[in-house]
Ligand binder design. Structure first.
Ligand code: GDP
Length: 298
């Protein structure tokens, strides 16, 4: 019978442990959840991701008087869950070569710099790279890309200022095919002021590419400036319409970064996020690490 009582005593100890767990843990109250949701929206996560995180945290139990750190950890874990499914590096896999990567985005978003960063990254991975200066509208864009090409040591195909971007792309694909180049990265105009024109221009580039290789473009990468906050989301909407988008690269996440918009983009569009820009140099492209980004944002 000692054994029986011993067993019961253990049971009772365990029960009281579990009961004390119940009284010492609590849910966040509505006021706290409202504040949390507001804070997430103010951090550019957007209403959908904010509501989703609020709902997840509403069903979680925290130690009574949970400190900021515990709540931040829970938020980070929810953000990571939103970001993980969209983290996808850009891989050079196309066969036959070249893999054609169209890079789109508004002027000033960091498009030219991102092209240089991608070219550098692919070179580091031992792929051969060629650039095409498809933004013939701005002489400065052609010059700038030429300077990068020289610095990185990759060939570049360009046309005249004001020339037909589609013909530059045509020449570039031919040259890259002849050379057996692995990746052809194509710069494009970013004039959203004239949406119709831009749409026609990108459609024509696509037609020309499609005639040379039905698979091309293999990637249509939209470059977004994180400091634009919610405007970046609007740009996804517009570029999806004018060009189709297969993936995103978010720039300027160094400095006064507003990385919350990455979460909003992931939640609303589910487009792959290939990488992030964290500076002005060609080495300043980072793989998109959802857990790291989540910890930094939360
Ligand atoms: P484009 O007009 O879209 O081709 O933009 P650029 O590539 O010329 O970039 C515009 C400005 O943003 C330049 O001064 C770049 O050096 C800067 N820039 C681009 N990417 C980043 C980044 O990730 N971080 C920072 N801090 N600056 C960047």
């Amino acid at each position: 019978s000692d054994r029986v009582f011993g067993g019961l005593r253990k049971t009772s100890e365990r029960l009281s442990e579990n009961l004390s767990g119940i009284v010492s843990k609590t849910r966040l109250d509505e006021g706290q959840l409202d504040d949390l949701e507001d804070a997430l929206i103010l951090s550019d996560l957007g209403p959908r991701a904010a509501a989703r995180i609020r709902n997840r945290l509403a069903s979680e139990r925290f130690e009574r008087g949970a400190d900021e750190l515990a709540i931040k950890e829970a938020v980070a874990s929810e953000i990571a869950a939103i970001l993980r499914p969209v983290a996808k590096p850009i891989d050079v896999v196309a066969f036959p070569r070249p893999q054609v990567i169209l890079v789109i985005g508004v002027n000033g978003s960091g498009k030219t710099t991102t092209i240089a960063k991608l070219a550098h990254l692919f070179q580091e991975q031992d792929y051969s790279v060629m650039l095409a200066a498809g933004d013939t509208f701005r002489a400065a864009a052609i010059d700038q890309l030429g300077i990068w090409a020289e610095r990185i040591g990759v060939p570049i195909v360009f046309g005249d200022e004001g020339g037909d971007p589609a013909s530059v792309v045509f020449d570039a694909v031919q040259a890259a095919t002849e050379e057996g180049t692995d990746a052809l990265i194509v710069d494009t105009a970013g004039r959203l002021q004239n949406k119709r024109e831009l749409m026609d221009e990108l459609a024509k580039i696509r037609r020309v590419l499609g005639r040379l290789n039905p698979e091309a473009p293999h990637d249509v990468v939209l470059v977004l400036d994180a400091t634009n906050g919610q405007n970046a989301l609007q740009q996804i909407e517009i570029f999806k319409e004018v060009a189709g988008v297969t993936g995103l690269i978010m720039t300027k996440l160094d400095g006064t970064a507003r990385g919350g918009v990455l979460v909003a983009a992931a939640e609303q569009y589910g487009l792959p996020i290939h990488a992030i820009g964290v500076g002005e140099k060609m080495e300043d492209l980072r793989p998109f690490d959802p857990d790291l980004v989540a910890r930094v944002i939360a």
